[in-house]
Design a protein around this ligand. Sequence first.
Ligand SMILES: Cc1cc2nc3c(=O)[nH]c(=O)nc-3n(C[C@H](O)[C@H](O)[C@H](O)COP(=O)(O)OP(=O)(O)OC[C@H]3O[C@@H](n4cnc5c(N)ncnc54)[C@H](O)[C@@H]3O)c2cc1C
Ligand code: SF4
Length: 279
Amino acid sequence: MLQLVRPESAEAAAAALGNGTKALAGGTDLVPLLRDGIVHAETLVQVAPLLPRGIDGSRIGAGATLAELEVDPQIPDALREACRLAASPQLRNMGSIGGNLLQSTRCWYWRLKYPCRLHGGDRCHAAEGEHREHAIFANDFCASAHPSDVAAALLALDARVRTSRRELGIADLYRLADEGDRATTTLEPDELILEIELPPVEASVYLKAMDRKRWSFPQVGVAAARTSTGTRIALAGVAPIPWLLAGPGDLDRATPLPRTAWKVEVARALVGRALAQIS
Ligand SMILES: Cc1cc2nc3c(=O)[nH]c(=O)nc-3n(C[C@H](O)[C@H](O)[C@H](O)COP(=O)(O)OP(=O)(O)OC[C@H]3O[C@@H](n4cnc5c(N)ncnc54)[C@H](O)[C@@H]3O)c2cc1C
Ligand code: SF4
């Protein structure tokens, strides 16, 4: 029987994690995965009331919801827009930014429990099968496309993440799965994301191609941010993790699967528009 524990502090919550327990924030990603038997846990640790909330200057509490962020004038445009364009109003009211960064892949084979590489198997069913929505970069081991608009915006904004153990750049939160380790984040099982810190930015934008106008994961999401030291471009929906481009020309290095070449052209168009908007 699944247990729910409600610790008194974030420290106590982190201490209760690991060994078959999982952090529960808004539950919008985790609860369906538990229900469908894709993720297993003996105990859920309710962290939503314990996580820092709200926005304090350049710091965002990991418990802040996407709905709070999309309307806050302190939040840079790229992140506000990434939140506004994500999911549905109901989900944005429940879903936290910390949980968004850690959401699982939407690869339909993975969600249908095919014994694919990300589930520990030895095949990528998407590469061999239906993969229209899949990755155009780093897709040789697992071709899933990272679904977080928010993570791409934070990567372009060069955000830093503070956890219960350390501080790290947002890029270092993610890793590509490989034969030896199928994890796609570097977070330890007993590590909590507490805060996100944003460096100053002069202008930023997030553009998103979707298969319908609302309530749709990014087919391709493009975030661009201009600072005093240069411009950063990051993409959602194009690689198993949020993907940083060295520049627009980097798209020439994409390795699309037979039915994902269209994403390269969509990315090219959105990157051009995003750079024009922040120039
Ligand atoms: C139908 C649907 C459509 C969606 N569309 C989009 C979209 O278009 N774009 C987009 O970006 N997202 C989209 N999402 C994802 C949605 O934004 C996330 O599900 C939500 O933000 C997750 O936050 P949560 O608080 O509900 O996380 P939970 O479901 O509670 O947790 C998700 C994972 O993160 C872990 N976790 C949560 N908080 C912490 C923490 N602070 N520290 C450590 N671990 C933590 C949990 O253990 C779990 O593994 C969609 C989701 C759904 C269901
Ligand atoms: S893309 Fe990744 S998650 Fe999807 S079937 Fe291939 S290995 Fe599994």
